[in-house]
Design a protein around this ligand. Structure first.
Ligand code: BES
Ligand code: ZN
Length: 472
């Protein structure tokens, strides 16, 4: 019999202020993984989590990699009981806070601000992913302080490179296969349906990301002396990029849709029954009209259709005032979100061929690859999913919905492929949390209920028998 849940929930409520202070401490650490000038701070965030887990009673270490260190921690379950082994995943790194001038408070000085749904904590990493990883860490803390033990066997794995493409992840998983083995991976890096409706995410899009630089003349040129006599790399790049997506939102890369599976009528009905309010979604963004592939609803486009987007552009003169110049090169960052059955390598090659086929004579491309991960679906039927649904229902008093997301979490695919087990994606973010944007926030209510949910899910997981999971 698992130990009782109510005293753990009471403990969470009584000590919530301290949980909030601990989250603030973590948010003060500038763990920007993509910028090497913050490497010391990034490491400090990893060490901070090591210290927390050690205080809670985990056997924990900070493991060096060729990139940022990984946190790995272990805790036994109740002695002699047939309980599952759960791997908990999160990431302690954050996106760069730029553009700084658009923040209403300092990005690394967490600030509690009143919002329409109660207080929120504003800081870089508040929702992605420090606030979220702290939901399970704080649930462990409360459980341990009330019962002196944890109800299941737990391994915690927190990386510091998720926002920069997780370059050390696969090698680390391969080198530590046995140590990271578990029955299921609980990932806390996704969202809810709305603030009162919990969700479990079962489809994630994949990602192919390139940085393409078109090189033309040997040096920058006076646009009066040279304009009209040769291809301007900026003009050429814009023309080529303009061909990537047509006016109906269809990606024009040859073969792009070849492997995409059309939705069944049943899947379409399921999505439409969720009652997604597209106008409210656009209203949050200050827009009245959306845009995307013709013939699909907004939710279908977000979760089940692939895209091609330009994520950044650089070329010519971008400083103050005018400079009449033809830049020697021009650069674009381009990403494709992928859906189930598309092969990232194939899409990468088709994208590069698309650019190359349009290269002005004598010009050349430099291509850097920043991401390459397939879309993922996780099973919607498993004893773990049932346990999570039950735990969420205890906490919110209503059923969780099964959702997709347009975002990507490369770890889910890597765990499936390298460690051979599935993930369970339970998250507490909201669409208006400004993930990756200025004024990123996490609702205090989501933090508190997230901690309570993880305590309730732990309680449910303890009743999943390992025998029942064994393949027959
Ligand atoms: N937390 C996000 C993933 C996410 C976004 C989940 C939206 C649910 C809703 C994650 O940290 C992230 O931003 N991932 C990157 C992956 C990339 C860097 C390989 C993404 O999706 O852009
Ligand atoms: Zn994240």
């Amino acid at each position: 019999m698992p130990l009782p849940l109510p005293p753990v929930i009471d403990q969470i409520d009584q000590t919530f202020d301290a949980s909030l202070e601990r989250l603030k401490d973590l948010l003060r650490i500038k763990s920007i993984s993509t910028d090497s000038s913050f490497d010391d701070e990034t490491r400090r965030a990893g060490q901070w989590i090591v210290d927390q887990l050690s205080e809670i009673g985990f056997d924990v270490s900070l493991r060096d990699t060729t990139g940022h260190p990984m946190v790995v921690a272990h805790h036994e379950g109740p002695e002699g009981e047939d309980v599952p082994h759960i791997l908990y995943y999160g990431h302690y790194d954050v996106q760069p806070p730029d553009p700084l001038e658009l923040w209403d408070s300092e990005p690394f000085d967490p600030t509690i601000v009143d919002g329409p749904r109660g207080p929120r904590i504003v800081a870089r990493g508040a929702v992605d992913d420090k606030g979220q990883l702290m939901t399970f860490v704080e649930a462990f803390r409360a459980w341990k302080s009330v019962h002196g033990s944890l109800p299941v066997k737990i391994t915690v794995f927190i990386e510091g490179e998720e926002e920069s493409g997780s370059p050390s992840l696969d090698p680390f998983l391969k080198e530590n296969r046995e140590e990271l083995a578990a029955d299921v991976c609980v990932v806390c890096d996704t969202g809810m349906w709305d603030i009162d409706t919990p969700a479990i995410t079962y489809m994630l899009r994949g990602l192919v990301y390139i940085e393409a630089t078109l090189h033309g003349p040997s040096h920058d040129l006076h646009s009066g002396m040279f304009g009209g006599s040769l291809h301007n790399p900026c003009n050429a790049l814009c023309r080529i990029l303009g061909e990537l997506v047509d006016e109906d939102g269809r990606v024009q890369i040859p073969g792009f849709y070849d492997d995409v599976l059309e939705l069944s009528d049943e899947e379409r009905t399921q999505l439409s029954n969720l009652g997604f309010d597209g106008d409210a979604y656009l209203g949050e963004l200050g827009l009245k009209e959306g845009f995307g592939e013709t013939g699909y609803s907004m939710l279908e486009r977000l979760w089940t259709r692939p895209t091609c987007d330009i994520n950044g552009l650089l070329g010519g003169y971008t400083g103050e005032g005018a400079k009449t110049v033809i830049g020697a090169s021009a650069m674009a960052k381009i990403s494709c979100r992928l859906v189930a059955n598309q092969n990232p390598q194939k899409i990468y090659e088709s994208l590069v061929s698309f650019l190359e086929a349009r290269t002005p004579p004598g010009y050349r491309w430099d291509i850097l690859q920043h991401g390459n991960s397939p879309a993922i679906r996780v099973p919607t039927e498993s004893p773990f999913l049932e346990a999570a649904l039950a735990g969420l229902e205890t906490t919110y008093g209503k059923k969780a919905v099964l959702i997709g997301t347009g975002g990507s979490i490369p770890l889910v695919g890597s765990i499936q492929e390298i460690l051979g087990f599935d993930s369970l994606l339970v998250g507490f973010g909201l669409d208006d949390d400004r993930m990756h944007s200025p004024n990123e926030k996490f609702e205090v209510k989501c933090y508190r209920k997230g901690i309570e949910s993880h305590a309730a899910i732990l309680h449910q997981l303890a009743s999943v028998s390992r025998q029942a999971m064994a393949p027959t």
